[in-house]
Design a protein around this ligand. Structure first.
Ligand code: PEP
Length: 249
């Protein structure tokens, strides 16, 4: 059975004063529930503190990007090994904001995902089209190309997570419709089946991301081939994060 993952992405938000939200989220998740994982990906400065705050609960903590190298002359970067050392279990790679702000290509993202696997982290590999690509009818071709290029050679199905995040729905309040999500997730699962076989593809959680909130989560999580969410704004408050987690099966 495919695992369900409810993952938050704090982006460049959060100070030590925000750790109360992690503590509240950890308290709400408690020992967790069967088949559903809860994760908060936080800025690198907070990973170690967040991991301490979540200790003893089923809430996991992740990073938001990593370099492909283990260490070295890369001022300001952070390696997957450093995130793992700080207590992370997952790392987001290839978020559209990183692809846009830092010119991260599929090849770079694949290197980051490989680094995550090397360090024992689960990479959450993000893909998704722009509004222009959707309007031009290029969505399925574009995400298929991103999948092919962003999953590293040799990755095993059970080690990775894919997040489909249409760029036009991220932080905009505009949510993809269940039909739009269904169409893309079905296509993603088919591409994954070509690479990992049907049994392998069935092991890979496919998350939807883009303005997911307590009020729309149930409808999104009901869509076939949606195995959870990657949640930005609504993950900053423990109450909202927990309200979404509470709806996941
Ligand atoms: C995200 O950051 O990955 C995201 C989906 O953001 P939001 O939920 O705020 O749209």
């Amino acid at each position: 059975m495919t695992r369900t993952l409810i993952a938050g992405n704090w982006k460049m938000n959060g100070l030590k004063a925000s750790l109360g939200e992690i503590r509240d989220a950890a308290a709400g998740v408690g020992r967790g529930k069967a088949g559903v994982e809860a994760l908060l990906c936080v800025p690198a400065t907070l990973v170690s503190l967040a991991a301490e705050a979540a200790h003893g609960s089923a809430l996991k903590v992740g990073g938001e990007t990593c370099h492909d190298a283990e260490s070295g002359a890369h001022t300001g970067d952070i390696s997957a090994e450093m995130l793992a050392d700080a207590g992370a279990s997952h790392v987001i790679v290839g978020h559209s904001e990183r692809r846009t702000d830092h010119g991260e290509t599929n090849e770079i993202v694949a290197g980051q995902a490989a680094a995550a696997l090397r360090a024992g982290l689960t990479p959450i590999i993000c893909i998704g089209e722009s509004l222009g690509q959707r309007k031009a009818g290029e969505t399925l071709d574009f995400v298929s190309h991103q999948i092919a290029g962003s999953i590293p050679e040799g990755a095993k199905a059970e080690e990775i997570v894919i997040a489909y995040e249409p760029i036009w729905a991220i932080g905009t309040g505009e949510v993809a419709s269940p039909d739009q999500i269904d169409e893309v997730h079905t296509a993603i699962r088919s591409r994954l089946a070509e690479r990992f076989g049907a049994d392998g593809a069935a092991l890979i959680p496919l998350l939807y991301g883009g303005s997911m909130k307590p009020g729309n989560a149930a409808e999104i999580l009901e869509v076939t081939d949606v195995n959870g969410g990657l949640i930005g704004g609504a993950s900053l408050k423990a109450a909202d994060f927990l309200a979404i987690y509470g709806q996941a099966k």
